[in-house]
Design a protein. Structure first.
Length: 258
């Protein structure tokens, strides 16, 4: 027995211990439930990554676009004295001329949103509002005119400009800055509608065939915050306007450090 070991042979018992165990038929069989579970986990991760990209990455990517659009408008607009204006007018304001598609013609200031400033461009398709701006419905009037100046912006992606639209209440003011004036609008109502209810941006909101007599404004965005099944609508009315040459409306004074 000692000779067998010295020649390199192993006892049968040792050989049996070193032989790999055969897999049972059950272990080799595909587990459908486990595979389906893994697929769901993978899909969940991909969905989470896409949502993260949509909500946060697009905001980071478009931050510079918003800044550039604000600078673009500032270069076009006349300078204004850095003081609080006492010249609040209720007469007909100077209505800016229409511009071409995707051209910046103003800025939207929202004191309730920590004095957020949003560029306003012509057009409401994704090629416009995906660059962190508020898009002007081309079929509606320009700011300050009789009718319904209407704008749209993303709520939770590409700048998330109108994310906090639901905190606006009746009486809150929004300022539209143009080359010649500051248009101070006051919120008069809000509603949630279906995407097909385009009458909210009619000259008289909700009344397509009625002739307008007031200077109105409408802000539109998706609803709920992380969905798009409905639209969140805020209606405003021109309260007064301030010539740029007279200074800054008092509604923006704190935000400008005045």
């Amino acid at each position: 027995m000692s000779t067998a070991v010295s020649l390199g042979f192993e006892p049968r018992s040792a050989m049996r211990e070193r032989e790999p165990k055969k897999q049972s038929r059950r272990s080799r069989k595909f587990d459908f439930i486990a595979g389906f579970g893994e697929l769901l986990i993978t899909l969940g991760l991909l969905t989470a990554l896409f949502a993260f990209w949509q909500v946060f990455v697009t905001d980071w990517q478009t931050a510079s676009d918003r800044t550039a659009a604000i600078s673009e408008f500032t270069e076009l607009a006349s300078d204004y004295p850095l003081k609080i204006s006492d010249d609040e007018r209720t007469t007909a304001p100077p209505v800016p001329a229409r511009v071409g598609w995707n051209q910046t013609f103003g800025s939207l200031h929202v004191p309730k949103w920590n004095y957020m400033v949003i560029p306003v461009r012509e057009g409401t398709d994704n090629a416009v509002i995906d660059f962190a701006v508020a898009g002007h419905y081309t079929e509606t009037v320009m700011p300050g005119d009789i009718g319904n100046f209407s704008v749209a912006a993303h709520r939770r992606t590409y700048g998330s400009n109108f994310r906090r639209i639901d905190v606006l209440n009746e009486g809150d003011r929004v300022v539209v800055e143009t080359q010649g004036a500051w248009m101070v609008y006051e919120m008069i109502g809000k509603e949630i509608v279906l995407p097909s209810q385009s009458e909210v941006v009619a000259p008289v909101p909700g009344k397509i065939d009625e002739k307008p007599t007031e200077r109105l404004m409408t802000m539109t965005t998706c609803h709920p915050e992380y969905g798009s099944s409905h639209r969140y609508i805020v209606h405003l009315k021109l309260h007064h306007w301030v010539p740029r040459t007279s200074g800054v409306p008092r509604e923006l004074a704190e935000g400008m450090g005045l």
